[in-house]
Design a protein. Structure first.
Length: 356
């Protein structure tokens, strides 16, 4: 289903649910969330459960909710914007006071955000930033930095020459666009001798594996792979093994692989020489600060751009929209600087993937 169709479905769903909700709640003054529910009842929509990264996030959410005294209602939209729209209606009917979500389609979520805003239900988005619409806070890392760090690593390892494949995420997501644009811009500026083949995958493992296999068939001299997420990890390793390319970095046949996420399997793979680097995306801190911010919103607190007490930086993305950009280090085998930038050694105890 295309985005226009999804928006139409979403609007129709919202109008139907709104009518049902109004009939059930009567004239609730101020368009609030109804009379039921705890003052700290929060709806959390899990965006998917088919990757190790998001499964780790799902594990952390109830842990931090317990620490913060937040009562949870949870749903899982399974990477489907129509499901997320429906789940938001469910939250409103349950009387939640705030919502945490991670919309994978960052454009089509706008009508749902508008409806939640009209009902004075604050929203915090995790990992992704909506293209339009109001949310109380965006909690993510600097995804452009992800692309730049991957570019600097591959460019340095390849000596500025050769061919690399970029397994893109979904370009309907701000994350996919940020990582793609930054990687391409960095390569064009700093490593013009490297040819980049961008392969759109919509964050799907089977699509990534198929496109990588096809690319190797036409360009067997590929020397680098940038996976925009660990969803592509298993398929990439399998293809490299099939082609006899799982060899140490000292071997001329080695294909340098950079991923994004920092899941335990990636860190293990770096230690074993199967991949070379990853950007550690903080699944634990996404859960923690997503809930902290939605609790703060319910309690009427406000925030301003600038450094935070937890080592991040809040920026103003556009008028009325703040984003807390959490640290996301580049992780390597030896922890040595790349392109003048620091990296973190794969077995560092500070990495959430080593404590999951």
């Amino acid at each position: 289903m295309n985005r226009r169709a999804l928006l139409s479905v979403g609007l129709a769903t919202m109008l139907t649910a709104s009518a049902t909700f109004a009939a059930g709640c009567g004239n609730d003054a101020g368009g609030g969330t109804g009379s039921g529910g705890s003052e700290l009842l929060v709806g959390v929509d899990y965006p998917r459960s088919d990757t190790d990264f998001w499964n780790s996030y799902i594990k952390y959410v109830p842990q931090f909710a317990g620490e913060l005294g937040v009562e949870l209602k949870t749903t899982n939209s399974q990477n489907d914007i129509a499901n997320l729209i429906s789940n938001a209606q469910t939250f409103m009917s349950q009387g939640v006071k705030g919502v945490v979500m991670a919309p994978q389609d960052t454009a089509a979520i706008a009508p749902t955000l508008a409806q939640l805003d009209s009902r004075k239900i604050p929203v915090v988005t995790i990992d992704t930033r909506p293209d339009t619409g109001n949310v109380f806070m965006v909690v993510r890392a600097d995804n452009r930095a992800y692309g730049t760090k991957a570019c600097q690593f591959l460019g340095a390892k390849l000596g500025g020459q050769g061919k690399v494949v970029m397994l893109q995420g979904g370009l309907d997501s701000i994350n996919g666009r940020d990582r793609t644009e930054a990687f391409n811009e960095c390569m064009q500026k700093d490593f013009p001798g490297i040819t980049v083949f961008g392969e759109a995958t919509d964050w799907k493992a089977d699509v990534a594996a198929s496109k990588l296999q096809t690319r190797f068939a036409s360009d067997p001299d590929i020397k680098g792979i940038y996976m925009q997420s660990s969803f592509a990890l298993s398929g990439t390793l399998q293809i490299l093994k099939q082609r006899g390319l799982q060899v140490p970095p000292s071997d001329p046949k080695h294909v340098f692989v950079v991923s994004n996420d920092g899941i335990p399997e990636e860190l293990k793979n770096i230690g074993e020489g199967l991949i070379d680097a990853t950007v550690s995306q903080p699944a634990d801190l996404y859960a923690k600060y997503g809930l902290e911010y939605v609790k703060a919103a319910i309690e009427g607190k406000t925030f301003q751009p600038g450094p935070t007490s937890h080592g991040s930086n809040i920026i103003q993305v556009r008028e009325g929209l703040l984003e807390d950009q959490l640290p996301a280090p580049l992780v390597t085998l030896d922890g040595a600087p790349i392109g003048g930038e620091p990296t973190t050694k794969f077995d560092d105890a500070s990495l959430w993937g080593n404590n999951a």
